[in-house]
Design a protein around this ligand. Structure first.
Ligand code: PSV
Ligand code: MN
Length: 428
């Protein structure tokens, strides 16, 4: 089942074939002079995939307001359909990450079939114990897995176990746990006891993990708690993952760090500890802004991928990070943002593949700081667009996904089919 007319894609690709051929031939020659086989790079880039968060296809908001866009998905099946469009046009987003209970469904088998029909699988499943649901017995206002009240903790554990069960029916292989637990006032919380309570709950969830599952712990420095959070940084996350066991790993959301922190270095440390679960890609200027990946700091995104490519190149054992986007689209069509963000990740990956690893090793060994940094810049400053386009063209995706999406009229069709939801508030 394809939501966008395949003839439209083929016709648009054909229209730009001649200019593309010239650009690709030019880059082939350029890279050859640098000793790089473009076909090899294309083959690696073709393997790249980043998961779409189900919540990302709806319009996001801030704590002040949300301005709904036309044709927003109304239920999880609509979300799968939108994710299918993104994958059809980019072939870079083969999976979807669900968030429970934002995503509800009376028949998970039917959802699995719908995803399969859209050529999608299910990535990590996310639990939600940072907001209360209707009819919930115990409130998460003062925390969930680390709450002072045992019954509230038990409820939060049970929810995570239920998420694992749902994920099993969908074919997921990981549970992502992010808690909003923390405090707003000095003295409000006993730091060590709150962490101990979190660990006690996390252990119970860990015990419910199937053998072939992983548990991703996501840290965040602040928000909704603004004085302290229980899993505030990669240090706490690593402590927790190491204490839980081999199946627990640390997930890096690019927006969850202190300002100016060196994220690529955190990535390197987690790789060294064999504890890097993967990523929630997005970008930020001030905090957890959830802006589009690489929209503000593309070089930082490249430097993260540089660490990943280096680890793969050096054959770090069992190195298989999970890639996902986690963004909030307040002023754009979410499908457009997610397509361009997925491609931005793919671009950073392709650029990182161009780094001359041997020359970089030599420069580092010789303490040649300037040459080392220039080697990274040389890769980052290469326009890899012909590589990305080649991979898309070969896979039957759109050479120019944004243009093809806009001319397909998909959003206009959905605006008719999915009448506007009411105005609502809240961060998604
Ligand atoms: C928290 O800010 C977070 O990054 C977690 O991954 C949540 O699941 C997601 O955002 C919710 O939007
Ligand atoms: Mn996240």
């Amino acid at each position: 089942m394809t939501a966008i007319n395949t003839e439209l894609i083929a016709a648009q690709n054909q229209a730009t074939q001649a200019t593309f051929d010239k650009d690709f031939a030019h880059l082939t020659e350029q890279l050859l002079r640098r000793g790089i086989d473009i076909q090899q790079i294309c083959a690696q880039v073709a393997q790249f995939g980043v998961a779409i968060p189900s919540w990302g296809v709806g319009t996001g908001g801030t704590r002040f307001a949300r301005f709904p866009g036309p044709g927003e998905p109304q239920h999880v099946f609509d979300k799968i359909q939108d994710c299918g469009v993104i994958h059809q046009l980019t072939r870079a987003t083969p999976s979807v990450s669900l968030h429970i209970p934002w995503d509800t469904c009376s028949d998970w088998g039917e959802l699995r079939d719908a995803a399969q029909a859209a050529d999608l699988t299910f990535d990590a499943i996310n639990s939600n114990t940072f907001s209360d649901q209707d009819g919930q017995a115990h409130s998460y206002k003062f925390g969930s897995l680390s709450h002072t009240d045992a019954a509230t903790r038990a409820q939060a554990v049970a929810h995570n176990v239920e998420c694992i069960e749902i994920g099993q029916r969908l074919g997921s292989k990981a549970l992502t746990v992010w808690v909003g637990d923390g405090s707003n006032f000095p003295g409000q919380q006993h730091f060590r006891r709150a962490f101990d309570r979190y660990m006690d709950s996390a252990r119970q969830i860990y015990q419910a993990l199937p053998d072939d599952w992983l548990m991703f712990l996501e840290h965040k420095i602040c928000e909704p708690a603004f004085y302290s959070t229980v899993i505030q940084d990669w240090g706490s996350s690593l402590m927790a993952a190491q204490a839980l066991g081999d199946k627990a790993q640390c997930l890096v959301d690019l927006g969850h760090h202190a300002p100016n922190v060196n994220i690529e270095m955190i990535v390197a440390r987690l790789i060294a500890a064999r504890k890097l679960a993967g990523f929630h890609f997005n970008d930020s200027k001030y905090g957890d802004d959830d802006l589009d990946a690489g929209s503000v700091s593309p070089y930082r995104l490249f430097l993260v991928f540089n660490e990943l490519v280096a680890a793969a190149h050096e054959q770090v054992p069992a190195f298989q990070p999970a890639y996902m986007l986690d963004q909030s689209h307040n002023v754009t069509d979410p499908i457009e943002s997610l397509m361009s963000s997925a491609i931005q990740c793919q671009r950073s990956y392709a650029q990182a593949l161009l780094v001359n690893r041997q020359a970089l090793d030599d420069a580092q060994q010789a303490n040649d700081a300037l040459l080392a940094t220039q080697l990274l810049k040389a890769a980052f400053q290469t326009d890899v667009e012909p590589i990305l386009q080649k991979v898309r063209r070969d896979a039957g995706a759109a050479a120019d996904p944004l243009n093809t999406y806009r001319s397909s009229g998909y959003r206009q069709r959905m605006a008719v089919k999915r009448p506007a939801a009411g105005r609502s508030s809240g961060i998604v």
